[in-house]
Design a protein. Sequence first.
Length: 263
Amino acid sequence: MDNLHYKTDTIKAYFSANRVRWEQFYKSEQVILANTLGGLNSPSILDVGCGCGGLGLALRDRFGFLDYTGIEINVQAAKHAKELNPRAQIECGDFLELNASRLLRKQFDVVISLSCIDWQLNFQPMLARAWSLVKPDGCFVISLRLTDGAGTNDIESSYQFINYDGIRKGERAPYVVLNASDIMQTFVMLGASKVAGCGYFGLPSPTAVTPYKELCFAVFAVSKPAEGHQKTPVLSLELPDRIATLMGNALPTERPNERKSRV
């Protein structure tokens, strides 16, 4: 299944002026990014769903980082990203179809997806691809919508209009919601050595049509071990209690490969 190729020019219009400075990012994003990137020296960064590349500008101004690569499916936004940040490497296209891109023939110290992977029906393939591009001992940062009930990735029942004026009009994007226990199990299966999270409960976007009355909006930093699978990942979660409890209870008591070897 192909990813949705968003064609609206509202993405360029919004992201050319918003989310281009550090203070314009959500507090949860600032906390996770600062804790993840603060001690790094000139890391290579891949931004999946970069919009107009504003995160690259914010990280340059905040931390002095210059090695920034952005991937954007919206043609207008990608073009403007190259104008806003000429030093950045910007690729326009479907993240799942860029296998031959010279920009994606290497791994990165940090791979970031803010409000991107949870706007696509191909959630699991996108997640797996992003993780594969993280260097050993690197980190994957992702924003997600969580619930303690059943999640959904059905654009017919849960979707969001791409409209930054708060109006339910425009192209539709999947409004993916994940069960907190399920995503923790996914992180374990990826082989994460540490999972740090920061988030809060809030109302769904006014441009969203979804059965959920309340969601946990969270950002995670998922660390990849230097070699192979590690023991149960270490958790550092600044999340609502019932979400953090679900995630903690989803941890295995021993390594999956160890359990398999004893069968």
